[in-house]
Design a protein around this ligand. Structure first.
Ligand code: P6P
Length: 333
């Protein structure tokens, strides 16, 4: 069975960027994921790692101790591999500049945007959670300071995107733009093995994932789509599956076939999910798996970001189901 390292080396020609940088990027992500896997898998034992950190993150949400641990672990891992020049994280208001340790002329060219531990409200109840990551080449020249514009790039410019799901097993799923592959961690030896080659949405998906607790505040288009899913008809009714963890819901939906929906709600009039480090990487994977990702009208990957933590309505899944949802939204305008 291929290890992640062997798979990368065997497909190195498909990486359009420097081999060394790609290997360093993956080394950082693997190291941090294994450290988080270890903490997540014993969260129930060592009381010191579950529960709230007592502080609120920049979005005013109660930060979990594991959120903080995951953020710091990824920042340190990218720093130590000396491969990125900047990191934007859900857990940090501003982007973090990473100086080139070797201080040689060739500064690092890559930036990472990351949700270190998405779905953290599920940590204490043992529901799968995940890391979501997105990598770009910086836009500015390496001999000037990083600017916010280096991070505000459209999702179509990602060079690497993926997630790590910490569930019944820990699986690293990524794409560099030529398909998606998933690698399961064997914790006994700390190695990721190819377990989900060439992931694609199944032709017929019958799952819809949405928090129907917000039903009253949904637009008429969303309400009509939900009724469409629930009534008898061709390949219907659908099955509702929603665990409140984007990585967990998406991973199930890409394997079994389903749409994930997070529209505008009363609490989140712009949508809840963040464009840069949740929607763009998941949208990139969605398209690579033959699916479609939109905000109800526009392709997610074409949205020109204006702010680091901006939110967007988010719909992703098999093309036919997402297009059907867009039809309902547009017809109800
Ligand atoms: P709600 C987790 O906070 C998250 O960002 C996604 O992982 C998840 O899909 C969504 O929010 C859950 O939000 O409002 O349904 O609890």
């Amino acid at each position: 069975m291929y290890t992640l390292g062997e798979f990368i080396i065997n497909n190195i020609d498909e990486f359009y960027y420097s081999t060394e940088s790609i290997l360093r990027l993956f080394s950082s992500i693997k190291l941090a994921s294994k450290a988080i896997h270890k903490e997540v898998n014993k969260a129930g034992i060592t009381k010191k790692i579950i529960g709230s950190s007592g502080i609120k993150n920049i979005h005013g949400e109660r930060q979990k101790k594991l959120d903080n641990f995951a953020h710091k672990t990824f920042v340190e891992s990218f720093k130590s591999r000396n491969v990125v020049c900047g990191i934007a994280s859900e857990e940090s208001e501003n982007f973090i500049v990473i100086k080139n340790e070797k201080k040689d002329y060739y500064g690092n060219k890559y930036i990472v945007l990351i949700d270190p531990l998405d779905g953290s409200s599920n940590i204490d109840v043992n529901v799968p959670i995940g890391t979501i990551f997105s990598v770009y080449k910086r836009k500015s020249s390496i001999n000037i300071n990083l600017t916010i514009d280096d991070f505000l790039q459209e999702g179509i410019r990602q060079i690497l995107a993926g997630y790590v799901i910490y569930g019944s097993s820990t699986i690293l799923v990524y794409s560099i733009g030529n398909g998606i592959n998933g690698f399961t961690l064997d914790p006994s030896i700390g190695t990721f093995y190819l377990s989900h080659p060439n992931m694609k949405f199944p032709k017929k998906g019958k799952i819809y994932s949405i928090n129907e607790g917000n039903y009253d505040k949904f637009s008429d288009g969303i309400k009509k789509f939900l009724r469409y899913c629930q009534e008898e008809g061709r390949n219907r009714p659908y099955t509702a599956r929603y665990i409140g963890s984007l990585v967990g819901d998406f991973h199930r939906n890409i394997i079994k076939g389903g749409i994930y929906i997070y529209p505008k709600t009363a609490t989140y009039p712009q949508g809840k999910l963040r464009l840069l480090y949740e929607c763009n990487p998941i949208a990139f994977l969605t398209e690579q798996a033959g699916g479609k990702a939109s905000d109800g009208k526009n392709r997610i990957l074409n949205i020109v970001p204006k702010m680091l933590h901006q939110r967007t309505p988010f719909f992703c899944g098999p093309k036919n189901i997402v297009s059907k949802l867009e039809e309902f939204i547009i017809n109800c305008e």
